[in-house]
Design a protein around this ligand. Structure first.
Ligand SMILES: [Mg+2]
Length: 180
């Protein structure tokens, strides 16, 4: 496999409880109150060296959700010029309309329309449907292995952060002081 074929593969990342720590739970499609999970951005930076990385969420179906995720990345320190702002838009605005510099179009003009030699090698993308993917990383998914899971397995599924942790190895009981 050449480096070129590897570079065309897409890694799809779920957002809530994978990238976004999601400790406040669902607050709305464009409301993203919590910080990233530890290591999330470092992982994305590493992945983007070899893959097209796409963020796909139940937020992705509406422009406000995609745009809110993209802005959340920047708020938490992700490079604004490494984000595909145009993809956050449903459609390019009427050319005659005044462009809000903080809208997806305004940000796209600022960061996605840079001269070619100033553009990052690839952009973090925010598609609204699932792209052909090499792999998806999601907190609420199972790998299909050719056998259908039972309804019981599905009913009892728990994401990683609510699974019961393995009890710690019981500590040796403290030695009672020797009785006189
Ligand atoms: Mg999730």
């Amino acid at each position: 496999m050449t480096d070129n074929t590897r570079r065309s593969k897409t890694l799809v990342l779920d957002f809530d409880n994978v990238i976004h720590s999601y400790t406040s739970g669902w607050q709305g499609v464009d409301v993203i109150p919590d910080p990233p999970h530890k290591g999330a951005f470092a992982f994305i930076e590493r992945a983007m060296a070899n893959y097209d990385v796409a963020i796909l969420s139940s937020r992705s179906g509406v422009e406000a959700g995609r745009f809110a995720m993209a802005k959340w990345f920047v708020k938490h320190g992700f490079r604004a010029d490494a984000i595909n702002w145009r993809e956050c838009q449903d459609a390019a605005p009427d050319p005659a309309s005044t462009i809000d510099p903080n809208s997806a179009e305004g940000l796209a003009r600022r960061f996605n329309d840079l001269p070619e030699d100033m553009r990052p090698a690839r952009l973090l993308s925010f598609p609204w449907t699932k792209p052909p993917a090499w792999l998806s990383l999601d907190d609420r998914a199972m790998q299909f292995n050719g056998k259908w899971p039972s309804m019981e397995v599905i009913d009892n599924f728990k994401p990683w952060n609510v699974r019961e942790r393995k009890p710690r190895k019981a500590q040796e009981p403290a030695q009672e002081p020797a009785q006189e």
